[in-house]
Design a protein around this ligand. Structure first.
Ligand code: NAD
Length: 491
């Protein structure tokens, strides 16, 4: 059942690429930016997940399970090298599949390479501890891989999310069944191939593209999958918690956001304005940590809205393969309609559209950078994740008011503060309910720095040393050094 041509992709199970699924079903993919056909991809069904889980279990019982930390580290570095060497091909594949600007994809790819390198080194930190408990008792702990891990990733950063997920799991010695979104599986499939080429044993990495409600749900319920690491929407995260409860599965959830970007009147606007523009419009706003609520201190509000909107209108929207493009296409026409629906809802609730707000004519799922002013934080557009290039600008009175509005959200992924008063920045860092707080710093995710959510943005952390713990079990070993038998019943 091997898939024949270059434009066709199969499942990746047990070290073998191009496998047709159990039912032979396929899905046609087209490029979001042009509508042109892109690829035909095999679609997994439940029986394929079973096969992938079996391969992952066999890998743990075989070569992969026996690989010492030094060998795992060597393989992670080799995969980083292979991704780096194939970066042009991978970047183009990602751009054609997702529609986002190549400038963003290049940065994501570079970070993906660093993720593998970080965890290749971090393997050295995996260690148990020991301490003498009493005269005749010695305790030590072992760190063991959790086992087979199901990893489910969304469509917005398919390549980067694949690296966020694979690197710590493989460093910890787990084997993986990765389920990309069925619309964006191409770079994950290619990375699995590269992993095999550099020597990862068969079954250590398996990739099964397919629908979430069947293939994803089966992976979550699977009794032989030990842990699920999920990135996606809060609604699906809740469903995954329910599905995982039957088998008491270990779980980490990286979910949605509605992150605030707080600008005080004393901020350096030369930095705050372009950085705030970037913080919402990179990746066309399809980003979990997009700073989609800009809170502006009242005396600065009108000037800020005007300068921000002018900058947003100057962004270059268009062909995502053009190096100069700053905002590419959205993932699909359906998603574009959903984004536009939110803008219409904002208008109806009283927001003023000061930039963008109308989908352009022509091919491709483009949407212009859009600014909604005069927004109240209780409006739908300020509470719901729009996941497109749409920002809401909300005034605040003082520091306390800024923190109150920022925290008035069910999400808590990220927050950014712009001020020239360092003490105020640090005070807010403590008050804000968010997994990451940036002070005069728009960037959010770096290998080595824990990334994750408070509240309904999920739990668990990615990218940090902490992440390794989430792929490890701790086993306590108790040793008697007593020369006398214990004989607890006095027999
Ligand atoms: P989604 O929840 O619809 O889908 C995510 C993945 O889950 C896909 O692979 C999908 O097929 C799968 N899935 C869907 N239903 C499932 C089910 N019942 N069981 C198992 N798997 C299922 O999310 P999306 O729309 O693809 O992605 C966008 C969301 O992801 C946004 O909310 C965004 O904020 C979030 N996100 C979060 C982070 C983070 O690190 N916190 C990063 C990127 C994206």
């Amino acid at each position: 059942m091997a898939v024949a041509t270059e434009r066709e992709y199969g499942l990746f199970i047990n070290g073998e690429r191009n496998q047709g699924g159990a039912t032979g079903e396929t899905r046609e993919l087209s490029e979001p930016a042009s509508g042109e056909p892109l690829a035909r991809v095999a679609s997994a069904v439940e029986a394929d997940v079973d096969r992938a889980v079996e391969a992952a279990q066999a890998a743990l019982a075989g070569d992969w399970g026996k690989a010492p930390p030094t060998e795992r580290s060597r393989l992670l570095h080799a995969l980083a090298d292979a991704i780096q060497a194939n970066r042009k091909e991978l970047a183009e594949l990602e751009v054609r599949n997702v529609g986002k600007a190549i400038s963003s994809v290049k940065a994501e790819l570079a970070q993906g390479v660093e993720n593998f390198r970080f965890y290749a080194s971090a393997i050295g930190s995996i260690a148990g501890r020991s301490n003498p408990i009493g005269g005749s008792l010695l305790f030590y702990s072992l760190k063991e891989p959790v086992g087979v891990v199901g990893q489910i990733v969304p469509w917005n950063y398919p390549l980067m999310m694949t690296t966020w997920k694979l690197a710590p799991a493989l460093a910890a010695g787990c084997s993986v069944v990765l389920k990309p979104d069925s619309a964006t599986p191409l770079t994950a499939l290619r990375i699995a191939e590269l992993a095999t080429e550099v020597g990862f044993p068969s079954g250590a990495i398996n990739v099964v593209p397919g629908p979430g409600t069947t293939v994803g749900a089966h992976l979550v319920r699977h009794p032989r999958v030990d842990k699920i690491a999920f990135t996606g929407s809060t609604a699906t995260g809740g469903e995954i918690m329910r599905l995982a409860s039957d088998t008491i599965k270990r779980l980490t959830l990286e979910l949605g956001g509605k992150s605030p970007n707080i600008v005080f009147a004393d901020a350096n606007l030369e930095d705050a304005i372009p950085s705030s523009v970037w913080s919402i419009y990179y990746s066309a706003g399809q980003s979990c940590e997009a700073r989609s609520r800009v809170l502006v201190e009242a005396p600065l509000y009108d000037e800020f809205v005007s300068s921000f909107s002018e900058a947003a209108k100057r962004l270059r929207v268009g062909d995502p393969l053009e190096p100069e493009t700053q905002v590419g296409s959205l993932i699909s026409a359906e998603h574009r309609d959903k984004v536009h629906g939110f803008v219409e809802r904002g208008r109806a609730e009283g927001a003023e559209v000061v930039a963008g707000g109308e989908p352009p004519e022509g091919k491709g799922a483009f949407y212009p950078p859009t600014v909604l002013a005069n927004v109240d934080n209780r409006m739908t557009v300020a509470q719901e994740e729009i996941f497109g290039p749409v920002v809401t600008v909300i005034p605040f009175e003082d520091e306390k008011d800024a923190a109150r509005i920022a925290n008035d959200s069910r999400y808590g992924l990220m927050a950014t503060v712009w001020t020239s008063d360092p003490a105020r920045g640090h005070r807010l860092a403590r008050r804000l309910k968010a997994g990451t707080v940036g002070i005069n710093m728009p960037y959010t995710a770096f290998p080595g720095i824990p990334f994750g959510g408070y509240k309904q943005s999920g739990f668990g952390r990615e990218l940090g040393l902490e992440t390794l713990e989430l792929y490890l079990e701790t086993k306590s070993v108790l040793v008697s050094t007593s020369p006398k038998p214990f004989n607890p019943f006095g027999l």
